[in-house]
Design a protein. Structure first.
Length: 156
Protein backbone atom coordinates (compact mmCIF):
# COMPACT_ATOMS: atom_id res chain seq x y z
CA UNK A 1 0.00 0.00 0.00
CA UNK A 2 1.17 3.52 -0.79
CA UNK A 3 2.81 5.68 1.87
CA UNK A 4 0.26 8.09 3.39
CA UNK A 5 2.31 11.04 2.13
CA UNK A 6 1.74 9.74 -1.41
CA UNK A 7 -2.05 9.93 -1.14
CA UNK A 8 -3.76 12.56 -3.29
CA UNK A 9 -7.42 13.57 -3.29
CA UNK A 10 -7.74 16.38 -5.84
CA UNK A 11 -6.37 17.79 -9.07
CA UNK A 12 -4.50 20.45 -7.08
CA UNK A 13 -2.89 17.84 -4.81
CA UNK A 14 -1.68 15.82 -7.82
CA UNK A 15 -0.34 18.96 -9.52
CA UNK A 16 1.48 19.96 -6.33
CA UNK A 17 3.24 16.57 -6.34
CA UNK A 18 5.13 17.15 -9.60
CA UNK A 19 8.78 16.38 -8.92
CA UNK A 20 7.98 14.23 -5.90
CA UNK A 21 9.95 11.03 -5.34
CA UNK A 22 7.36 8.40 -4.43
CA UNK A 23 9.92 6.02 -2.96
CA UNK A 24 10.23 2.33 -3.74
CA UNK A 25 8.10 -0.78 -3.37
CA UNK A 26 9.08 -4.00 -1.68
CA UNK A 27 11.22 -6.43 -3.66
CA UNK A 28 9.56 -9.00 -5.92
CA UNK A 29 11.28 -12.16 -7.18
CA UNK A 30 10.71 -12.83 -10.89
CA UNK A 31 10.23 -16.59 -10.99
CA UNK A 32 10.32 -18.92 -13.97
CA UNK A 33 6.66 -19.70 -13.26
CA UNK A 34 5.74 -16.01 -13.70
CA UNK A 35 7.76 -15.85 -16.93
CA UNK A 36 6.11 -19.05 -18.24
CA UNK A 37 2.63 -17.76 -17.37
CA UNK A 38 3.34 -14.53 -19.26
CA UNK A 39 4.65 -16.55 -22.20
CA UNK A 40 1.41 -18.55 -22.24
CA UNK A 41 -0.71 -15.39 -22.02
CA UNK A 42 1.10 -13.67 -24.90
CA UNK A 43 2.17 -16.62 -27.06
CA UNK A 44 5.80 -15.50 -26.80
CA UNK A 45 7.68 -18.71 -26.06
CA UNK A 46 11.09 -17.60 -27.30
CA UNK A 47 13.79 -19.83 -25.80
CA UNK A 48 15.55 -16.98 -23.97
CA UNK A 49 12.44 -16.79 -21.77
CA UNK A 50 11.23 -20.38 -21.38
CA UNK A 51 14.06 -22.86 -22.05
CA UNK A 52 16.41 -22.85 -19.04
CA UNK A 53 18.91 -25.30 -20.55
CA UNK A 54 19.29 -23.44 -23.83
CA UNK A 55 19.21 -20.04 -22.09
CA UNK A 56 22.09 -21.09 -19.81
CA UNK A 57 24.29 -21.21 -22.93
CA UNK A 58 22.73 -18.04 -24.38
CA UNK A 59 23.74 -14.39 -24.20
CA UNK A 60 22.37 -13.80 -20.68
CA UNK A 61 23.44 -17.07 -19.02
CA UNK A 62 19.89 -17.76 -17.85
CA UNK A 63 16.28 -17.23 -18.82
CA UNK A 64 15.20 -13.60 -18.83
CA UNK A 65 11.80 -12.03 -18.30
CA UNK A 66 10.03 -10.64 -21.33
CA UNK A 67 10.48 -6.89 -21.60
CA UNK A 68 6.72 -6.54 -21.73
CA UNK A 69 6.38 -8.61 -18.55
CA UNK A 70 8.73 -6.20 -16.81
CA UNK A 71 6.64 -3.32 -18.19
CA UNK A 72 3.41 -4.98 -17.02
CA UNK A 73 4.78 -5.13 -13.49
CA UNK A 74 4.76 -1.32 -13.46
CA UNK A 75 0.99 -1.77 -13.11
CA UNK A 76 1.59 -3.89 -10.01
CA UNK A 77 4.01 -1.34 -8.53
CA UNK A 78 2.03 1.85 -9.26
CA UNK A 79 -0.69 1.40 -6.59
CA UNK A 80 2.01 0.43 -4.09
CA UNK A 81 3.61 3.84 -4.68
CA UNK A 82 0.64 6.20 -4.92
CA UNK A 83 -2.99 6.26 -3.79
CA UNK A 84 -5.83 8.46 -4.93
CA UNK A 85 -8.72 9.22 -2.56
CA UNK A 86 -12.07 10.72 -3.64
CA UNK A 87 -11.47 9.26 -7.10
CA UNK A 88 -14.56 8.92 -9.32
CA UNK A 89 -12.66 7.25 -12.11
CA UNK A 90 -9.11 6.56 -13.20
CA UNK A 91 -7.96 5.14 -16.52
CA UNK A 92 -4.63 4.17 -18.01
CA UNK A 93 -4.02 6.55 -20.91
CA UNK A 94 -0.71 5.23 -22.19
CA UNK A 95 3.03 5.37 -21.76
CA UNK A 96 5.92 7.54 -22.89
CA UNK A 97 9.67 7.03 -22.95
CA UNK A 98 9.71 3.27 -22.52
CA UNK A 99 13.16 1.65 -22.28
CA UNK A 100 14.57 -1.72 -21.20
CA UNK A 101 18.18 -0.86 -20.19
CA UNK A 102 19.04 -4.26 -18.68
CA UNK A 103 17.65 -7.80 -18.84
CA UNK A 104 15.77 -9.14 -15.82
CA UNK A 105 17.13 -12.66 -15.24
CA UNK A 106 15.02 -15.41 -13.75
CA UNK A 107 14.96 -15.25 -9.93
CA UNK A 108 16.16 -11.64 -9.92
CA UNK A 109 14.59 -9.39 -7.33
CA UNK A 110 13.04 -6.23 -8.70
CA UNK A 111 11.13 -3.29 -7.28
CA UNK A 112 9.43 -0.18 -8.59
CA UNK A 113 10.61 3.33 -7.81
CA UNK A 114 8.27 6.20 -8.67
CA UNK A 115 8.39 9.89 -9.44
CA UNK A 116 5.59 12.26 -10.45
CA UNK A 117 6.94 13.98 -13.56
CA UNK A 118 3.89 15.88 -14.88
CA UNK A 119 0.28 16.70 -14.02
CA UNK A 120 -1.96 18.60 -16.42
CA UNK A 121 -5.52 19.64 -15.61
CA UNK A 122 -8.35 18.18 -17.69
CA UNK A 123 -11.94 19.37 -18.02
CA UNK A 124 -14.33 18.24 -15.31
CA UNK A 125 -12.13 17.90 -12.20
CA UNK A 126 -9.64 15.71 -13.99
CA UNK A 127 -5.89 15.53 -14.25
CA UNK A 128 -3.52 13.71 -16.58
CA UNK A 129 -0.65 12.53 -14.42
CA UNK A 130 2.64 11.09 -15.60
CA UNK A 131 4.44 8.87 -13.12
CA UNK A 132 7.87 7.54 -14.05
CA UNK A 133 8.33 3.97 -12.86
CA UNK A 134 11.89 2.70 -12.73
CA UNK A 135 12.07 -1.07 -12.29
CA UNK A 136 15.25 -1.57 -10.30
CA UNK A 137 17.10 -4.89 -10.31
CA UNK A 138 18.74 -5.75 -7.00
CA UNK A 139 22.52 -5.53 -7.35
CA UNK A 140 22.43 -4.25 -10.94
CA UNK A 141 23.83 -0.96 -12.24
CA UNK A 142 20.99 -0.44 -14.72
CA UNK A 143 17.23 -0.82 -14.31
CA UNK A 144 15.18 -3.44 -16.12
CA UNK A 145 12.64 -0.90 -17.30
CA UNK A 146 11.99 2.83 -17.20
CA UNK A 147 8.54 3.98 -18.28
CA UNK A 148 6.51 7.14 -17.97
CA UNK A 149 3.00 5.89 -17.21
CA UNK A 150 0.12 8.22 -18.03
CA UNK A 151 -3.18 8.09 -16.14
CA UNK A 152 -6.28 10.22 -16.37
CA UNK A 153 -7.91 10.76 -13.00
CA UNK A 154 -11.27 12.34 -12.20
CA UNK A 155 -12.08 13.35 -8.63
CA UNK A 156 -15.40 13.88 -6.81
Amino acid sequence: MADASNTFDSVAAVQAAVGRDLGATDWLTVTQARIDTFADATGDHQWIHVDPERARAGPFGACVAHGYLTLALANLFLPQLVRYDRLKMGVNYGCNKLRFPAPVKVNARIRGRGEVVAADALKGDGVQVTVRITVEIEGADKPGCVVDTISRLYFE
